[in-house]
Write a protein of this length. Structure first.
Length: 338
């Protein structure tokens, strides 16, 4: 792998095309469309305080959450950009109740992929100038190319993903992705609008000293999670750990991947099954975590082996450094056995 920091994202994709299981140029076209939409959203995010794009849009999304203006803008941007390429047959977004079928064209037999996307993760942080992100997941369709896409194409377990990634719109804008051959990060040079390889072969430390959980919901957590948090806070064996929680999954995950840590959003909060969506957030982050040497679990089993039953399915999520996730699972199992 070329680790030249001057290598662009486009050059990297082409150079590593052979790593993609369905290598015939489609990945390059698909990721380039995501790259383009990312730049457009990044531009709006960075000037959010100067234009009338802050605040609530006035509607709720399918999750019952208040939509921000930038939520709507990001959603429309990614859908429009992905729809222009003749490699995507369907798109599912966290912001839409149902999936969107892309009208077949004369080249529709090349439309082999579906994309699931969280267009603007952590959007409630926009008004206070905290980092937000985008999360995407790509699958090879299971129905016949050239036919209309169906729900079956989207309800695939995470172990069927062919690519996944996230973007952070922060102090610098980074795009991190995997095609199942490791994880690489690219930083946007805003002066010329080009992503450059800045973090080759990213790895999550096996151990860490950061735990990321919204402790405001502590009284509603399962006992196993409460016990694990007490373990993290104990003053022994290189503990207590540091508590860091931003409330933007991309940002919390990215920090923990670089420094070592665990992110937890359990059941038993205001959302009985947890808040995070299996298809739009957990599966892509789990794919990236595993490819970086980490682990992702619902507290008992591997995230990517869960069979989805609905587009907006929510699950508990434990993700990050391998040893930390396994320790949290141990507390969950011990409590389950009582």
């Amino acid at each position: 792998m070329n680790t030249n920091s001057h290598q662009t994202l486009g050059e990297f994709i082409i150079e590593n095309q052979a790593d993609f299981i369905y290598s015939s140029g489609e990945l390059s076209r698909l990721l380039s469309s995501i790259k383009l939409a990312t730049k457009v959203v990044n531009y709006k995010v960075n000037k959010a305080g100067l234009v009338s794009i802050l605040g609530e849009f006035g509607n709720e999304n399918v999750q019952g959450e208040k939509q921000q203006k930038l939520d709507v803008f990001a959603n429309e941007t990614f859908i429009e950009t992905l729809s222009q390429r003749e490699v995507v047959c369907g798109i599912a977004s966290e912001e839409n109740e149902d999936f969107i079928a892309i009208q077949p064209s004369k080249n529709s037999k090349n439309s082999k992929y579906v994309v699931l996307i969280d267009p603007l993760d952590g959007s409630s942080n926009i008004d206070v100038n905290v980092s937000v992100g985008t999360i995407f997941s790509i699958y090879h369709r299971v129905t016949e190319p050239g036919t209309p896409v169906t729900i079956e194409d989207f309800l695939q377990p995470g172990n069927k993903q062919v690519a996944a990634g996230y973007v952070i719109y922060g102090t610098s804008t980074m795009l991190v992705y995997t095609t199942g051959k490791g994880v690489n990060g690219f930083t946007l040079n805003p002066g010329i609008g080009t992503f450059y390889l800045s973090h080759p072969n990213m790895c999550i430390p096996e151990d860490g000293n950061i735990y990321s959980v919204n402790e405001g919901n502590y009284v509603k957590f399962p006992q196993g999670v409460k016990n694990y948090i007490k373990y993290c806070q104990a003053d022994e064996d290189n503990r207590p750990y540091t508590s860091r929680y931003i409330g933007s999954l991309c940002s919390d995950f990215h920090r923990n991947m670089l420094k070592g840590g665990i992110y937890i959003y359990p059941s038993g909060t205001n959302n009985p099954n947890g808040k995070l969506r299996l298809l739009y957030e957990c599966n892509p982050m789990a794919f990236i975590a595993e490819q970086a040497g980490g682990k992702a679990s619902d507290g008992f089993k591997r995230i990517m082996d869960i069979e989805p039953t609905e587009l907006h399915q929510r699950i508990p999520f434990f993700c990050g450094s391998k040893n930390m996730v396994e320790k949290a699972e141990e507390f969950m199992r011990n409590e389950e056995l009582k």
